[in-house]
Design a protein around this ligand. Structure first.
Ligand code: ATP
Ligand code: MG
Length: 247
């Protein structure tokens, strides 16, 4: 049989490979996510990361640590009173420049929402500012959050402040880092890495666990610190409280 478009005696196939061969339209081979061939019989679902297959989200360890340290409930008036009663007596080493100007710094923190403290290295900014905040009554309704760029510093500074206040680490003064920490219900001053505080924003956007924040080494202007300062600037308008940055 021939059709009107195929003149008698003409080629029956336009295929360049000659008569008798037909071009077969193949369906594309099944491929994996990155274009590699999928193994025969292996369903796509099985190659997803375990967390996704089980319906769990993948959570970075810093975020997990931040969630672990998050307050689980609002404090009752009795609990707040217990925290107030547990504030240790604050004493300052006389020889430190920050101690000598303590009243001035205390008034600045009391009267301003944001205070920037600059001073010589070793003048007592890191170790004495949280104590000045405690003397002002901060740390009771919410904690005094004190960030450090490095994990080791978060731990050693917490140790040092706890020692100066005559308390155990994990009681009035605690710390939290990516791979551990020691923070309890009675913790008034919490040392942490700036990464932890950033991660806490994901579940506590108002940072309501804190009534005061000290962003230490703010002059380093790392990505974490810049992000935090940006977020805190926005939070200041929504919360009428206090941030201390120090370099
Ligand atoms: N763990 C510690 N053991 C002994 N002395 C310490 C400890 N931590 C701090 N000090 C001392 O306390 C004083 C105040 O230190 P602090 O870290 O508060 O100073 P700083 O003003 O924050 O300094 P920097 O600008 O270097 O951060 C310093 O003399 C310091 O040597
Ligand atoms: Mg310091």
């Amino acid at each position: 049989m021939s059709t009107p478009e195929q003149p008698q005696g003409g080629p029956k196939h336009s295929d360049a490979r000659g008569p008798g061969r037909r071009r077969v339209q193949r369906s594309p081979r099944p491929t994996g996510e990155h274009g590699q061939p999928r193994e025969h019989g292996q369903p796509r679902e099985q190659r997803k990361p375990l967390e996704q297959r089980q319906g769990r989200e993948r959570v970075p360890s810093e975020l997990r640590a931040a969630r672990a340290g998050a307050p689980r409930r609002r404090r009752t008036p009795e609990q707040i009173e217990a925290r107030r009663a547990a504030v240790p007596t604050v004493r300052y080493p006389e020889e430190l420049p920050v101690s000598q100007r303590k009243d001035e710094i205390l008034a600045a923190i009391r009267d301003n929402q944001v205070v920037i403290v600059a001073g010589e290295t070793g003048s007592g900014k890191t170790t004495q500012l949280p104590k000045i905040c405690l003397e002002l009554g901060r740390g009771v309704t919410g904690m005094i959050g004190h960030t450090q760029p490095r994990r080791l510093a978060a731990r050693t500074v917490a140790d040092r402040i706890a020692e100066e206040l005559g308390t155990e680490l994990g009681a009035a003064v605690g710390y939290q880092i990516r791979f551990g920490g020691s923070v309890g219900d009675q913790t008034l001053v919490k040392l942490m890495t700036d990464g932890i505080l950033l991660a806490e924003l994901t579940h506590d956007r108002m940072l309501s666990a804190y009534d005061t924040l000290i962003i230490d080494e703010a002059h380093e202007r790392s990505l974490n610190i810049d992000l935090l300062l940006g977020v805190l600037k926005q939070l200041l308008a929504r919360r009428g409280e206090h941030v201390t940055a120090q370099g």
